[in-house]
Ligand binder design. Structure first.
Ligand code: DX5
Ligand code: ZN
Length: 220
């Protein structure tokens, strides 16, 4: 299981220690949540903060764009240092073009699905994706409760990927902690995002290590 701590739950006035804790805990990616106040009813941070964060970590940055029409600022995110970029299926009119632009910009391309959006809608884009991000809460806020019904669609997506022998990773985001990461792992998730479970812990680096142990032990 790969782990992507979400900076949304870190001390936003002091992100450098959070980046250091991600590195010390052996995180695989840093998850960076962009919200536009339209697609989701909340605002977070954007391109200047991404640029600053990318300059201060050696970890790849996983940019989750919770914005309408993400193509409008896509090049700026890529130039600011996004290594992985995911756009919401529900917010993107020209998905095929957006995915091509992400890959042409040198990043890994992903699509995010809200809890109620079926994985079967990806049948014609799966071969052009590096990863699918399944939301296990309704996006917009950290600290929400995990929605267990997404596990069934995770298993369906895993089958779609395996039947076609594709190399597409499954990432899950929302409500992941020591009580849910084993469920995600068993359903076929490759990468877990965790915000409050990491940065709400008194020792975030240790929280990352504990989550990884929990996912690995229960899935082995
Ligand atoms: C929610 C964000 C998540 C959030 C997860 O809209 O996309 O990445 O930071 O936070 P937790 O892990 O606290 O649910
Ligand atoms: Zn996210």
């Amino acid at each position: 299981m790969k782990l992507a701590p979400s900076l949304l739950a870190a001390d936003l006035a002091n992100l450098l220690p959070a980046l250091e804790q991600c590195e010390a805990g052996g995180a695989d990616l840093v998850h960076f949540d962009v919200m536009d106040g339209h697609f989701v009813p909340n605002l977070s941070f954007g391109i200047p903060v991404l640029e600053a964060v990318a300059a201060r970590t050696r970890l790849p940055i996983d940019v989750h764009l919770m914005v309408n029409e993400p193509d409008r600022l896509l090049d700026a995110y890529l130039e600011a240092g996004a290594d992985w970029v995911s756009v919401h299926f529900e917010a993107t009119t020209h998905l095929d073009r957006v995915l091509s632009r992400i890959r042409e910009g040198g990043a890994r391309a992903g699509v995010v699905l809200n809890p109620a959006t079926p994985v079967e809608l990806l049948v014609d884009s799966l071969a052009h994706l590096d990863f699918v991000l399944l939301m296990s809460v309704n996006p917009g806020f950290g600290g929400q409760k995990f929605l267990p019904h997404v596990l069934e669609k995770t298993r369906r997506l895993r089958r779609m990927i395996e039947q076609r022998k594709l190399d597409v990773a499954i990432e899950m985001d929302g409500g992941i902690g020591s009580d849910t990461i084993d469920l995600a792992a068993a359903a076929g998730v490759d990468i877990c995002v965790a915000g409050s479970a990491v940065f709400g812990h008194e020792d975030p680096a240790e929280a990352i290590r504990q989550l990884r142990r929990k996912a690995t032990r229960d899935n082995s």
